[in-house]
Design a protein around this ligand. Sequence first.
Ligand SMILES: [Zn+2]
Length: 216
Amino acid sequence: MSSATDRGLPRCPFCGLEVLGLNGQDGLLDTYVLTGDDREVLEQGIFGECHVRCLLDSRWGSLWASRWLGNFSAVRGWLVAAEADGLAVLRNPRLPEAVVIRDDGWMTLVGDHALARRDGDLVPVRHEINLPLHDHPEVARAISTDLAAGRSHPIMDLVDALRLGDRLLSRQALAAGALRPSDIAVARDDHVTATAEYSKWIPGEAMRLLLSARPT
Ligand SMILES: [Zn+2]
């Protein structure tokens, strides 16, 4: 994600551990959605990249859920397409995509094309990933070696090496996930850029609501 810098991976404001920026496992608490009443959030430092599991375990999830709902509807003009049991689906009126927000702070944005390629409750994800790994030279070296040889590298190896396994929302979603060489792949001893391919887990009730809210 964007705030990953050469200073190293961002750290979760709740647990202090590193955040890889994996869609469905990690989230971005972006302060631009906050309102004037949210000084305490800033004072307590509850913003930036975090593990979704940590947000859900905290007392801050419902506040962020309500701010996202307000931002997507009032600021971005997305339209509420379905609501049920603490879940709301809002659709982008200009693009084929939707966001589903649960009132405890879980949320995800998903395009209709990815949704059509789902496997049960798992939706495929693919993006470039930028990992400043200065603090983990052996991990960076292992990934670089694989990518340089044209091989993929299991994402779970990276997660386990950084001891982030118990911060995941769904281990299954990453089970077959891999870092792959890409055209812009940069692999050095301290910094890895690659293509990440894995899945994200969408809970059953949220998946059903998303599917029901698709245009026919
Ligand atoms: Zn955390």
